[in-house]
Design a protein around this ligand. Structure first.
Ligand code: SF4
Length: 485
């Protein structure tokens, strides 16, 4: 019996739009524009005509990689180093940043804005419409050329593409889509692509782009709707959360498709992330952490990035920072707490409350929690369950796993713990091995706090010196293994 197209799709449990995506893989580029908005390819060409072609590609790269450096949601290394002539390669700060792939490998990405022109006027942003800065925009072809040429030279393994809002959210998203389409289907680029979903853009464009990208992110920007109204009046909570929900729903739909058809196209296989600016508005750490936790739970995010507010504009709505220094230590504490939420089974409510709404600058969040819950310590290493081991300062999630495995073979001693990576100078106040503590120590909050403050915490470069360098994911990863222990 002959089936209609709709019936066929229904039977196959494939949505109409994802069917278009599959079709688009086999059809010419201009047809994709048609499918997106029922508009012909002229629009795509018209867009590119309006982009300034007189500037050299290198100049554009300079402007647009510099403009991208405040976005930490893919992390930035900010290294600028020439080769010394004895080896191969050098390090340009322009445009290359580091990120981590799903399997934990560190990869270099070309990090650029498609354009730093913007119709919006977010008060904290260097690219806001009212700023007098040099403006530039790439064409889709130029982004493809840069990506392919850098990739061929082994400078990068992927692309991080963000953008200001050129003309309208849809217009910008279409340009981003056109770029990714060209990169994937004309240049046959198969490397990693992290792309921004533009708040307010048509959901169909977000969907089509997501099938070409590995990761997508929509920046929450500020923790509350009120702060957003104050500092980013053109954006709304709804505009930001809608594409996030779209990405989440399509990802779920895509998981079901893949279960049915192994070769179905992947929608943002590396998931979605977001970024929040810290210190530009009066929210406490408690509010920020609660927002992050609910984003993880409700939108299934892979990462929330925290970006210490860097004062680049003068505006009465922005806070005056002491010595104009961004709150990097605060950002660092939030990253540590974020790790506790994601890998250590903590809840935001356990770490802070309304009476103590901010993290202690001197001690990491896990130590602070343990000091407030001394009644739960010391824990016996040879018996405590995995979740309790995770809560011991000095024990990271890897060492907790090793302890659980190794104690099946016999009783563990303090020397064994050291070999497993436990930081005993922190853990010794909170654990026993076969019923004995490592040293006779007083279990009271003041004395343990004093001793812990004497064990110098390894802060990432720039945090104690308070420079303007953005945090990098390398530091963040080290925190998980070193400082949270
Ligand atoms: S939308 Fe706001 S944050 Fe983004 S580039 Fe424009 S002014 Fe900057």
């Amino acid at each position: 019996m002959k089936q209609t197209l709709t019936e066929t799709l229904r039977n196959l449990k494939v949505s109409r739009v994802s069917f278009f995506v599959r079709l688009s893989i086999a059809i010419p580029e201009h047809m994709c524009y048609y499918l997106v908005k029922n508009k012909c390819s002229e629009r795509g060409r018209g867009m590119q005509d309006s982009i300034c072609e007189s500037m050299t590609l290198e100049k554009k790269l300079d402007i647009l990689s510099d403009a991208a450096k405040y976005d930490v949601s893919c992390t930035s290394s900010g290294v600028d180093r020439n080769g010394d002539g004895t080896g191969m390669g050098n390090c340009r700060k322009a445009g290359i940043c580091h990120s981590f792939s799903a399997d934990g490998r560190c990869i270099s990405l070309l990090k650029i804005l498609f354009t730093n022109e913007c119709i919006y006027d977010c008060k904290y942003c260097v690219n806001r419409a009212s700023n007098d800065v040099e403006r530039a925009s790439f064409t889709p072809e130029e982004v493809c050329t840069l990506t392919m040429e850098f990739y061929r030279r082994n400078y990068i393994e992927g692309l991080f593409l963000s953008s200001g809002i050129l003309k309208s959210p849809d217009y910008t998203m279409e340009l981003i889509y056109a770029t990714l389409y060209r990169l994937r289907h004309v240049c046959r680029f198969q490397g990693y692509i992290h792309v921004k979903a533009i708040p307010g853009a048509d959901q169909r464009l977000v969907r089509l782009t997501g099938y070409l990208a590995d990761r997508m992110s929509v920046n929450v920007e500020l923790p509350t709707a009120e702060s957003l109204r104050l500092l980013a009046p053109h954006k709304s909570r709804k505009n930001i959360l809608t594409p996030m929900r779209v990405v989440q729903n399509i990802s779920e739909e895509n998981r079901q498709e893949i279960a049915l058809y192994r070769n179905a196209p992947r929608f943002v296989p590396a998931g979605q992330s977001t970024q929040m600016i810290i210190g530009a508005t009066p929210e406490t750490d408690y509010q920020i952490l609660n927002v992050a936790e609910s984003l993880y739970k409700k939108f299934d995010l892979k990462r929330v990035y925290y970006s210490a507010f860097v004062p680049v504009n003068h505006d009465s709505a922005l806070p005056e920072l002491p010595d104009m220094k961004p709150p990097l230590l605060r950002e660092h504490r939030l990253y540590q707490a974020d790790w506790l939420l994601r890998f250590y089974h903590f809840e935001a409510e356990e770490l802070l409350d309304e009476e103590n709404p901010n993290f202690n600058i001197l001690l990491d969040p896990k130590c602070c929690w343990a000091l407030k819950h001394l009644e739960q310590f010391p824990v016996e290493i040879n018996r405590a369950d995995y979740r309790m081991l995770l809560r011991v300062p000095g024990i990271g999630y890897k060492s907790a796993g090793r302890i659980v495995k190794a104690r099946r073979m016999g009783q563990l001693r303090f020397e064994d713990l050291r070999k497993m990576g436990v930081v005993l100078r922190r853990a010794l106040y909170f654990i026993t091995c076969s019923g004995r503590m490592m040293y006779p120590v007083r279990i009271d909050e003041d004395s343990i706090t004093r001793n812990l403050l004497n064990t110098k915490e390894r802060l990432p470069e720039g945090v104690d010196g308070m420079t303007f360098r953005q945090m990098s994911l390398f530091d963040d990863v080290n925190f998980g293994e070193v400082n949270l222990q």
